[in-house]
Design a protein around this ligand. Structure first.
Ligand SMILES: Cc1cc2nc3c(=O)[nH]c(=O)nc-3n(C[C@H](O)[C@H](O)[C@H](O)COP(=O)(O)O)c2cc1C
Length: 194
């Protein structure tokens, strides 16, 4: 057995797996967990955890969120064409997970965190999150009940003091990942040997 956990001498057999991601144990695809803040057309604030998120383009800076189209997050984004992707630290993992079950209207303060104004959008940022990506809606694509919301990043704010050196930066940022229901992973920066 080498340090990747694979026994090089054993016969490795790959079996077919279901296409439904909810049945993947373990999941071969993992996703960063973020808190998306939005406001409704009437100005009512909302927060929800999302993990189907990815950066798609450097220039222009485009990201995508996968969201059920009946969720308040999707409805608010379509109504106001704005949202904020807040990057929570893993110290808040319990609050983040529990927030998905809080009743609506679901304000940031309902999860024990603090809303602060956005720089360029009406949706709030979350003070306790080390970084925030403010976005305007570019376009959407829908499949049944699910949809992709493509956003252009129009403002990026991050804690000024994240310590010294790359190990400390990522420790202070504290990103964490969705593995499968009730299971998360943490990120530890490691440098590739040259
Ligand atoms: C860690 C975590 C990640 C989640 N990721 C997503 C996601 O990527 N897309 C989605 O539609 N729902 C996701 N959910 C479920 C929603 O957060 C949940 O249904 C929430 O109540 C929706 O709130 P909203 O209606 O205010 O948007 C996730 C839940 C948790 C706990």
């Amino acid at each position: 057995m080498d340090d990747t956990g694979i026994d090089r001498d054993s016969r490795q057999i790959h079996t077919s797996q279901p296409l439904n991601k909810r049945l993947w144990h373990p999941s071969p695809l993992i996703h960063q967990i973020v808190l998306v803040t939005t406001v409704s057309e009437e100005g009512v604030e909302n927060v929800a955890p999302k993990s189907l998120i990815s950066m798609l383009s450097f220039d222009p800076p485009i990201l995508v969120i996968g969201c059920n189209r009946h969720h308040n997050t999707a409805k608010n984004i379509i109504a106001t064409r704005e949202f904020v992707v807040n990057i929570p630290h893993r110290r808040h993992v319990q609050e983040v997970w529990r927030s998905s079950e809080l009743p609506h209207p679901r304000r940031v303060s309902d999860m024990g965190l603090t809303a602060i104004p956005g720089v360029n959008v009406k949706a709030p940022r979350i003070k306790e999150c080390p970084a925030h990506l403010e976005c305007t809606l570019d376009s959407t694509k829908t499949w049944g009940d699910e949809m992709a919301l493509f956003g252009e990043i129009v403002s990026f704010t991050m804690l000024e003091e994240l310590g010294h050196g790359w190990e400390e930066w990522y420790r202070q940022l504290g990103p964490f990942l969705f593995l499968e229901d009730k299971l998360y992973g943490v990120v530890k920066a490691q440098r590739v040997e040259s």
